[in-house]
Design a protein around this ligand. Structure first.
Ligand code: MRU
Length: 373
Protein backbone atom coordinates (compact mmCIF):
# COMPACT_ATOMS: atom_id res chain seq x y z
CA UNK A 1 0.00 0.00 0.00
CA UNK A 2 1.35 3.42 -0.84
CA UNK A 3 0.26 6.90 0.06
CA UNK A 4 1.37 10.45 -0.57
CA UNK A 5 3.01 12.94 1.77
CA UNK A 6 -0.29 14.51 2.77
CA UNK A 7 -1.66 11.16 3.85
CA UNK A 8 1.55 10.34 5.67
CA UNK A 9 1.08 13.36 7.93
CA UNK A 10 -2.48 12.32 8.66
CA UNK A 11 -1.89 8.65 9.06
CA UNK A 12 1.65 7.60 9.96
CA UNK A 13 0.77 6.98 13.60
CA UNK A 14 -2.20 4.82 12.62
CA UNK A 15 0.02 2.17 11.03
CA UNK A 16 1.84 -0.44 13.04
CA UNK A 17 5.61 -0.17 12.60
CA UNK A 18 6.05 -3.92 12.89
CA UNK A 19 3.39 -6.59 13.30
CA UNK A 20 2.54 -10.24 12.80
CA UNK A 21 -0.24 -11.04 10.34
CA UNK A 22 -1.35 -14.36 11.84
CA UNK A 23 -3.63 -15.29 8.93
CA UNK A 24 -1.06 -14.69 6.23
CA UNK A 25 1.90 -15.93 8.29
CA UNK A 26 3.68 -12.67 7.46
CA UNK A 27 5.77 -9.97 9.06
CA UNK A 28 4.17 -6.63 8.20
CA UNK A 29 6.34 -3.52 8.36
CA UNK A 30 6.28 0.05 7.14
CA UNK A 31 9.15 0.33 4.67
CA UNK A 32 11.07 3.12 6.40
CA UNK A 33 13.41 3.65 3.48
CA UNK A 34 10.43 5.13 1.61
CA UNK A 35 9.54 7.68 4.30
CA UNK A 36 8.58 10.47 4.35
CA UNK A 37 7.52 10.41 0.71
CA UNK A 38 5.48 7.19 0.72
CA UNK A 39 3.82 4.96 3.23
CA UNK A 40 4.41 1.49 1.89
CA UNK A 41 3.52 -1.60 3.89
CA UNK A 42 5.56 -4.73 3.20
CA UNK A 43 4.25 -8.18 3.95
CA UNK A 44 7.23 -10.52 4.31
CA UNK A 45 7.15 -14.28 4.66
CA UNK A 46 10.57 -15.36 3.47
CA UNK A 47 13.49 -15.39 5.91
CA UNK A 48 15.84 -13.91 3.32
CA UNK A 49 13.48 -10.96 2.78
CA UNK A 50 13.21 -10.41 6.52
CA UNK A 51 17.01 -10.48 6.86
CA UNK A 52 17.27 -7.96 4.04
CA UNK A 53 14.56 -5.71 5.53
CA UNK A 54 16.56 -5.46 8.76
CA UNK A 55 19.89 -5.07 6.94
CA UNK A 56 18.61 -2.33 4.62
CA UNK A 57 16.84 -0.46 7.46
CA UNK A 58 13.35 -1.02 6.07
CA UNK A 59 12.63 -1.86 9.67
CA UNK A 60 15.08 -0.25 12.08
CA UNK A 61 15.54 1.03 15.60
CA UNK A 62 16.66 -1.39 18.31
CA UNK A 63 13.27 -2.45 19.76
CA UNK A 64 11.60 -2.75 16.34
CA UNK A 65 14.51 -4.88 15.09
CA UNK A 66 14.01 -7.17 18.10
CA UNK A 67 10.27 -7.52 17.43
CA UNK A 68 10.87 -8.12 13.70
CA UNK A 69 13.45 -10.81 14.50
CA UNK A 70 11.08 -12.54 16.94
CA UNK A 71 8.31 -12.61 14.34
CA UNK A 72 10.80 -13.59 11.62
CA UNK A 73 12.16 -16.57 13.52
CA UNK A 74 8.63 -17.70 14.37
CA UNK A 75 7.72 -17.61 10.67
CA UNK A 76 10.90 -19.52 9.85
CA UNK A 77 9.92 -22.16 12.42
CA UNK A 78 6.54 -22.56 10.72
CA UNK A 79 8.40 -23.31 7.49
CA UNK A 80 10.77 -25.94 8.89
CA UNK A 81 9.88 -29.16 7.08
CA UNK A 82 10.40 -31.74 9.80
CA UNK A 83 8.59 -32.82 12.94
CA UNK A 84 11.60 -34.51 14.43
CA UNK A 85 12.39 -32.30 17.46
CA UNK A 86 16.19 -32.54 17.18
CA UNK A 87 16.23 -31.86 13.44
CA UNK A 88 13.71 -29.06 13.99
CA UNK A 89 16.00 -27.51 16.60
CA UNK A 90 19.00 -27.71 14.25
CA UNK A 91 17.07 -25.94 11.48
CA UNK A 92 15.82 -23.37 13.98
CA UNK A 93 19.39 -22.65 15.09
CA UNK A 94 20.49 -22.18 11.46
CA UNK A 95 17.68 -19.69 10.84
CA UNK A 96 18.44 -17.92 14.12
CA UNK A 97 22.14 -17.53 13.29
CA UNK A 98 21.24 -16.24 9.84
CA UNK A 99 18.92 -13.54 11.21
CA UNK A 100 21.46 -12.65 13.92
CA UNK A 101 23.89 -11.70 11.14
CA UNK A 102 21.66 -8.97 9.77
CA UNK A 103 22.93 -6.12 11.97
CA UNK A 104 25.58 -6.17 14.71
CA UNK A 105 25.00 -3.31 17.15
CA UNK A 106 21.43 -3.40 18.49
CA UNK A 107 21.47 -6.05 21.21
CA UNK A 108 17.66 -6.34 21.06
CA UNK A 109 18.13 -8.47 17.94
CA UNK A 110 20.09 -11.10 19.87
CA UNK A 111 17.96 -10.67 23.00
CA UNK A 112 14.76 -11.44 21.07
CA UNK A 113 16.28 -14.37 19.18
CA UNK A 114 17.67 -15.84 22.42
CA UNK A 115 14.28 -15.49 24.04
CA UNK A 116 12.69 -17.38 21.16
CA UNK A 117 15.35 -20.10 21.29
CA UNK A 118 14.69 -20.52 24.99
CA UNK A 119 11.10 -21.45 24.12
CA UNK A 120 12.33 -24.18 21.75
CA UNK A 121 14.85 -25.55 24.26
CA UNK A 122 12.38 -25.65 27.13
CA UNK A 123 9.58 -27.32 25.16
CA UNK A 124 11.50 -29.69 22.91
CA UNK A 125 9.94 -32.85 24.46
CA UNK A 126 6.44 -31.51 23.76
CA UNK A 127 6.82 -31.83 19.98
CA UNK A 128 7.06 -29.37 17.12
CA UNK A 129 3.36 -28.46 16.85
CA UNK A 130 3.38 -27.25 20.45
CA UNK A 131 6.72 -25.47 19.97
CA UNK A 132 5.37 -23.60 16.94
CA UNK A 133 2.30 -22.55 18.93
CA UNK A 134 4.47 -21.31 21.81
CA UNK A 135 6.82 -19.49 19.45
CA UNK A 136 3.88 -17.60 18.00
CA UNK A 137 2.75 -16.70 21.52
CA UNK A 138 6.27 -15.53 22.48
CA UNK A 139 6.62 -13.37 19.35
CA UNK A 140 3.29 -11.71 20.12
CA UNK A 141 4.37 -11.21 23.73
CA UNK A 142 7.62 -9.53 22.66
CA UNK A 143 5.57 -7.27 20.37
CA UNK A 144 2.96 -6.39 23.00
CA UNK A 145 5.42 -5.96 25.87
CA UNK A 146 7.26 -3.30 23.86
CA UNK A 147 4.22 -1.01 24.03
CA UNK A 148 4.06 -1.25 27.81
CA UNK A 149 7.83 -0.92 28.18
CA UNK A 150 7.89 2.29 26.13
CA UNK A 151 4.94 3.76 27.98
CA UNK A 152 6.65 3.12 31.30
CA UNK A 153 9.88 4.69 30.05
CA UNK A 154 7.79 7.70 29.09
CA UNK A 155 6.23 7.93 32.56
CA UNK A 156 9.64 7.89 34.27
CA UNK A 157 11.11 10.34 31.76
CA UNK A 158 8.25 12.77 32.23
CA UNK A 159 9.23 13.21 35.91
CA UNK A 160 12.51 14.78 34.73
CA UNK A 161 11.01 17.66 32.73
CA UNK A 162 8.34 20.31 33.07
CA UNK A 163 5.65 21.84 30.87
CA UNK A 164 6.97 24.23 28.25
CA UNK A 165 10.48 22.75 28.21
CA UNK A 166 12.58 22.60 25.07
CA UNK A 167 13.67 19.03 24.31
CA UNK A 168 16.20 17.82 21.77
CA UNK A 169 16.45 14.36 20.24
CA UNK A 170 18.79 12.66 17.77
CA UNK A 171 18.00 9.99 15.18
CA UNK A 172 14.64 8.22 15.51
CA UNK A 173 13.92 6.55 18.82
CA UNK A 174 10.25 7.11 18.08
CA UNK A 175 7.18 5.08 17.32
CA UNK A 176 8.86 4.05 14.06
CA UNK A 177 11.67 2.44 16.08
CA UNK A 178 9.32 0.56 18.41
CA UNK A 179 5.77 -0.76 18.40
CA UNK A 180 4.30 2.37 19.97
CA UNK A 181 5.41 5.61 21.72
CA UNK A 182 9.12 5.16 21.01
CA UNK A 183 11.65 5.35 23.82
CA UNK A 184 13.15 8.85 23.61
CA UNK A 185 9.85 10.14 22.23
CA UNK A 186 7.67 8.43 24.85
CA UNK A 187 7.82 11.45 27.22
CA UNK A 188 6.91 13.65 24.26
CA UNK A 189 3.82 11.59 23.38
CA UNK A 190 2.75 11.30 27.03
CA UNK A 191 3.49 14.98 27.61
CA UNK A 192 1.32 15.85 24.65
CA UNK A 193 -1.57 13.78 26.08
CA UNK A 194 -1.21 15.87 29.28
CA UNK A 195 -0.80 19.32 27.75
CA UNK A 196 2.93 19.82 28.43
CA UNK A 197 3.50 21.90 25.28
CA UNK A 198 7.08 20.86 24.72
CA UNK A 199 9.20 22.55 22.04
CA UNK A 200 11.04 19.77 20.32
CA UNK A 201 14.26 20.11 18.36
CA UNK A 202 15.07 17.22 16.03
CA UNK A 203 18.58 16.67 14.65
CA UNK A 204 18.35 15.68 11.01
CA UNK A 205 20.87 12.87 11.71
CA UNK A 206 23.33 12.43 8.87
CA UNK A 207 23.91 10.35 6.86
CA UNK A 208 20.56 8.51 6.67
CA UNK A 209 18.41 11.36 8.00
CA UNK A 210 16.36 9.33 10.47
CA UNK A 211 15.70 12.56 12.39
CA UNK A 212 14.43 14.54 9.41
CA UNK A 213 12.65 11.71 7.58
CA UNK A 214 11.23 9.80 10.54
CA UNK A 215 11.23 11.67 13.86
CA UNK A 216 10.20 15.03 12.42
CA UNK A 217 7.48 13.26 10.39
CA UNK A 218 5.94 11.32 13.23
CA UNK A 219 6.07 14.09 15.86
CA UNK A 220 4.78 16.64 13.36
CA UNK A 221 1.99 14.25 12.36
CA UNK A 222 1.13 13.93 16.06
CA UNK A 223 0.69 17.71 16.18
CA UNK A 224 3.72 18.56 18.31
CA UNK A 225 5.79 21.74 18.07
CA UNK A 226 8.77 20.39 16.10
CA UNK A 227 11.80 22.27 14.83
CA UNK A 228 14.20 20.47 12.54
CA UNK A 229 17.89 21.38 12.82
CA UNK A 230 21.07 20.17 11.13
CA UNK A 231 23.31 18.02 13.30
CA UNK A 232 25.84 20.83 13.63
CA UNK A 233 23.29 23.24 15.14
CA UNK A 234 22.76 21.64 18.54
CA UNK A 235 25.36 23.92 20.17
CA UNK A 236 23.60 26.97 18.77
CA UNK A 237 20.21 26.06 20.23
CA UNK A 238 21.67 24.93 23.56
CA UNK A 239 23.79 28.06 23.95
CA UNK A 240 20.64 30.12 23.44
CA UNK A 241 18.97 28.24 26.33
CA UNK A 242 16.31 26.71 24.10
CA UNK A 243 16.87 23.15 25.31
CA UNK A 244 16.24 21.96 28.87
CA UNK A 245 16.81 18.25 28.27
CA UNK A 246 18.09 15.86 25.60
CA UNK A 247 16.39 12.49 25.21
CA UNK A 248 18.02 9.84 23.02
CA UNK A 249 17.50 6.14 22.46
CA UNK A 250 20.18 3.49 22.35
CA UNK A 251 21.14 0.26 20.63
CA UNK A 252 23.24 -1.23 23.39
CA UNK A 253 24.25 -0.19 26.90
CA UNK A 254 27.35 -1.74 28.48
CA UNK A 255 27.48 -2.65 32.18
CA UNK A 256 29.28 0.60 33.08
CA UNK A 257 26.61 2.75 31.38
CA UNK A 258 28.53 3.52 28.16
CA UNK A 259 25.91 3.66 25.43
CA UNK A 260 25.93 2.99 21.70
CA UNK A 261 23.43 5.02 19.72
CA UNK A 262 23.19 6.57 16.27
CA UNK A 263 26.37 8.26 15.08
CA UNK A 264 26.47 11.83 16.38
CA UNK A 265 24.87 11.10 19.74
CA UNK A 266 28.19 11.48 21.54
CA UNK A 267 28.69 14.88 19.89
CA UNK A 268 25.29 15.99 21.22
CA UNK A 269 26.31 14.63 24.64
CA UNK A 270 29.54 16.68 24.65
CA UNK A 271 27.64 19.81 23.65
CA UNK A 272 24.96 19.16 26.30
CA UNK A 273 27.65 18.77 28.97
CA UNK A 274 29.19 22.10 27.91
CA UNK A 275 25.86 23.91 28.30
CA UNK A 276 24.70 22.06 31.45
CA UNK A 277 21.79 20.41 29.68
CA UNK A 278 21.08 16.89 31.03
CA UNK A 279 21.26 14.12 28.44
CA UNK A 280 19.00 11.18 29.22
CA UNK A 281 19.31 7.82 27.50
CA UNK A 282 16.04 5.93 27.20
CA UNK A 283 16.79 2.21 27.32
CA UNK A 284 14.44 -0.73 27.64
CA UNK A 285 16.19 -3.26 29.92
CA UNK A 286 16.41 -5.48 26.81
CA UNK A 287 19.00 -3.01 25.49
CA UNK A 288 21.30 -3.34 28.51
CA UNK A 289 24.06 -5.86 27.82
CA UNK A 290 25.67 -6.87 31.10
CA UNK A 291 28.04 -9.22 29.26
CA UNK A 292 30.04 -6.18 28.10
CA UNK A 293 32.06 -4.29 30.70
CA UNK A 294 32.46 -1.05 28.75
CA UNK A 295 31.35 0.56 25.52
CA UNK A 296 34.70 -0.30 23.89
CA UNK A 297 33.39 -3.85 23.52
CA UNK A 298 30.21 -2.89 21.64
CA UNK A 299 30.44 -3.94 17.96
CA UNK A 300 29.93 -0.89 15.78
CA UNK A 301 28.36 -1.34 12.37
CA UNK A 302 30.05 0.34 9.42
CA UNK A 303 28.00 1.05 6.33
CA UNK A 304 28.58 1.85 2.68
CA UNK A 305 30.48 5.07 1.76
CA UNK A 306 27.74 5.93 -0.77
CA UNK A 307 25.41 6.79 2.13
CA UNK A 308 27.64 9.83 2.67
CA UNK A 309 28.88 10.68 -0.80
CA UNK A 310 25.88 10.28 -3.08
CA UNK A 311 22.78 8.77 -1.59
CA UNK A 312 20.74 11.97 -1.24
CA UNK A 313 22.21 13.92 -4.13
CA UNK A 314 21.55 14.09 -7.85
CA UNK A 315 25.28 14.27 -8.44
CA UNK A 316 28.01 12.89 -6.22
CA UNK A 317 29.10 15.36 -3.51
CA UNK A 318 32.66 14.17 -2.94
CA UNK A 319 35.74 13.44 -5.07
CA UNK A 320 35.60 9.99 -6.67
CA UNK A 321 38.53 8.39 -4.87
CA UNK A 322 38.30 10.10 -1.48
CA UNK A 323 38.46 7.84 1.60
CA UNK A 324 35.22 7.64 3.55
CA UNK A 325 34.59 6.40 7.09
CA UNK A 326 30.94 5.65 7.86
CA UNK A 327 30.39 4.18 11.33
CA UNK A 328 26.68 3.82 11.95
CA UNK A 329 26.86 4.30 15.74
CA UNK A 330 29.09 5.92 18.33
CA UNK A 331 29.55 5.25 22.01
CA UNK A 332 28.63 7.96 24.48
CA UNK A 333 30.78 7.79 27.57
CA UNK A 334 28.74 7.18 30.73
CA UNK A 335 30.24 10.33 32.27
CA UNK A 336 28.25 12.40 29.74
CA UNK A 337 24.92 10.75 30.59
CA UNK A 338 22.79 12.29 33.36
CA UNK A 339 20.60 9.18 33.73
CA UNK A 340 19.50 6.05 31.88
CA UNK A 341 15.74 5.63 31.90
CA UNK A 342 14.38 2.07 31.80
CA UNK A 343 10.86 0.73 32.10
CA UNK A 344 11.69 -0.32 35.66
CA UNK A 345 12.99 3.04 36.83
CA UNK A 346 15.75 5.60 36.39
CA UNK A 347 19.38 4.47 36.68
CA UNK A 348 21.97 6.97 37.86
CA UNK A 349 25.72 6.44 38.30
CA UNK A 350 27.28 4.13 39.28
CA UNK A 351 25.33 2.34 36.56
CA UNK A 352 26.39 -1.24 37.18
CA UNK A 353 24.85 -1.19 40.66
CA UNK A 354 21.77 0.66 39.41
CA UNK A 355 21.22 -1.86 36.57
CA UNK A 356 21.50 -4.76 38.98
CA UNK A 357 18.43 -3.40 40.78
CA UNK A 358 16.45 -2.62 37.63
CA UNK A 359 17.11 -5.64 35.42
CA UNK A 360 14.46 -8.36 35.41
CA UNK A 361 15.28 -11.43 37.48
CA UNK A 362 16.19 -14.04 36.49
CA UNK A 363 18.12 -12.61 33.56
CA UNK A 364 17.46 -14.22 30.17
CA UNK A 365 19.47 -17.44 29.89
CA UNK A 366 21.77 -16.18 27.14
CA UNK A 367 23.01 -13.51 29.48
CA UNK A 368 23.65 -15.84 32.40
CA UNK A 369 26.54 -17.50 30.61
CA UNK A 370 28.81 -14.49 30.59
CA UNK A 371 27.30 -12.02 32.98
CA UNK A 372 29.18 -8.97 34.15
CA UNK A 373 27.59 -8.20 37.51
O1 MRU B 1 20.47 2.68 12.24
P1 MRU B 1 19.17 2.81 12.98
O2 MRU B 1 18.22 3.74 12.31
O3 MRU B 1 18.56 1.47 13.29
O4 MRU B 1 19.60 3.47 14.36
C1 MRU B 1 18.62 3.64 15.34
C2 MRU B 1 19.08 4.35 16.55
O5 MRU B 1 20.23 4.68 16.68
C3 MRU B 1 18.06 4.55 17.62
O6 MRU B 1 18.32 5.70 18.33
C4 MRU B 1 18.11 3.35 18.59
O7 MRU B 1 17.99 2.14 17.88
C5 MRU B 1 17.05 3.44 19.61
S1 MRU B 1 15.43 3.16 18.97
C6 MRU B 1 14.35 3.23 20.28
Amino acid sequence: MADNMENLEKNILDYETVALDIEKYALVIIDQTQLPGRIELLSLTDLKDIWEAIRLLKVRGAPAIGVAAAIGIYLAAEQIGTDDPQLFYEEFRKAKNYLAGSRPTAVNLFWALDRMEQVVRTHLPEGTAEIRRLLQREAIRIHDEDIEVCRRIGEHALTLVKPGDGLLTHCNAGQLATVKYGTATAPMYLGQERGYDFHIFVDETRPLLQGARLTASELHAAGMDVTLICDNMSAAVMKKGLVQAVFVGCDRVAANGDTANKIGTSVVACVAKQYNVPLYVCAPTSTIDMTLGTGDEIPIEERAPEEITEMWYETRMAPESVKVYNPCFDVTDHSLIAAIITENGIARPPYKEAFRKLLPKPLPSAYNENINV
